[in-house]
Design a protein around this ligand. Structure first.
Ligand code: SF4
Length: 379
């Protein structure tokens, strides 16, 4: 196995937010009155579990809102990371942020400690819509954040956009995309809003206070995103991800390539030494477990060969380059063309998949039915 395939990623979860968005069902907590300093100490302790023989390729600090940490907390975490990992050797060091937090002071700290990619939760540049979904920023905060990042020298920036927001029109979507493209952003992710139970938005939709676009409109929006961003020179390399050449997210691509990664922090998931695990999600429980036994795993499960094969397909097919069946066959000593004969034939017939030179990939039509296709690959 070559060095690259043997490498691992690290994901660190910061589960605190300065406000709670109406649609969000991530593992997050309103930051006020949370034991944030203790949490950082516990994270630093949990980092001791990194196997020193592992080659760390990427580091991703996500949330929640990592940028909700104050400058002292950030410095403390970064200093610990520098002690533990050779940051200079990383292929990518990403940090998630909300635009209003990216002050000159904070971007200076990010830059100082080697962050080379910032992923911003923007969702839309329509201030009215931002208010409806409960975000804490406005369009001007986004523009200012991008300026601060570029001035300090962080030019690899991802902007998360959303479509199918309540009351969102096609015009809103185009306006947001146009403005972001004008800012010369290297990477754009665009996801449809998913209405999750146990969110404020769910109740608002049920009581008809807000109206979500229909499935047909949502589909048209997704199509508009693909066509617009491609026309502006972006490459769609994953169902929801677009980038300038050589700016694909390395960390996330490694997830889709089914590579292993550590997950640290409350509610984080990891995949190390053939086992998938998840940590306790509630901050107090997480802290307690780390303090008492330096481990906060709530679940841990060995991934069976069949599960690994399934994952190769339903993760790998998210990438527009598709998957090489010959490589999978060699890796697992199987004949995937035989194993998935019916599934592959069915999806080719439906026009969702194509198979050329042993490369299996989604078609343009298949991009719209990805979840149906992936479900077929469960053994
Ligand atoms: S969407 Fe992001 S900022 Fe909003 S509550 Fe969820 S994690 Fe926090």
């Amino acid at each position: 196995m070559n060095k690259k395939n043997n490498g691992k990623g690290i994901y660190i979860h910061i589960p605190f937010c300065k406000y709670i968005c109406n649609y969000c069902d991530f593992n997050k907590f309103y930051i006020q009155n949370q034991p944030v300093d203790e949490y950082i100490d516990c994270l630093i302790k949990e980092l001791e579990n990194i196997n020193p023989t592992h080659n760390i390729l990427t580091l991703y600090i996500g949330g929640g809102t990592p940028s909700s940490l104050n400058t002292m907390q950030l410095e403390k975490l970064f200093q610990a990371l520098h002690k533990k990992i050779n940051i200079k050797n990383l292929q990518e060091f990403s940090f998630e942020a909300n635009p209003e937090d990216l002050t000159k002071e904070k971007v200076t700290i990010l830059y100082k400690y080697g962050v080379n990619r910032v992923s911003m939760g923007v969702q839309t540049l329509n201030d009215e819509l931002l208010k409806i979904i409960g975000r804490g920023h406005k369009e001007e905060d986004v523009i200012c954040a991008i300026r601060n990042l570029k001035e300090i020298g962080i030019e690899n920036i991802n902007v998360d956009l959303m479509c199918a927001l309540p009351n969102q029109t096609m015009e809103d979507l185009y306006n947001s995309m146009k403005k972001i493209v004008e800012c010369d952003i290297t990477h754009i992710s665009c996801y449809s809003l998913i209405l999750e139970q146990r969110t404020k938005l769910y109740n608002q939709v049920k009581s008809k206070q807000v109206i979500l676009p229909t499935n047909e409109v949502e589909e048209k929006m997704y199509e508009a995103v693909i066509k617009f961003l491609i026309s502006k020179g972006y490459n769609q390399y994953e169902i929801s991800n677009f980038s300038r050449k050589n700016y694909e997210s390395i960390h996330n691509t490694n997830y889709w390539k089914n590579m292993e990664y550590y997950g640290f922090g409350a509610g984080a998931h990891g995949y190390i030494d053939g086992k998938r695990y998840s940590n306790h999600g509630v901050v107090k429980f997480y802290n307690k477990h780390i303090e008492e036994k330096n481990n906060a795993k709530r679940t841990e499960e060995k991934v069976t060969i069949n599960q690994q094969i399934e994952e190769e397909f339903f993760l790998g097919l998210r990438l527009l380059d598709g998957i090489n069946l010959q490589d999978i066959d060699k890796k697992y000593n199987i004949n995937s063309n035989k194993l998935y004969k019916k599934v592959i034939e069915k999806n080719i017939k439906l026009g969702y998949l194509k198979l050329e030179n042993n490369i299996l990939k989604l078609t343009y039509k298949g991009l719209f039915y990805g979840n149906d296709v992936f479900a077929d690959f469960l053994l």
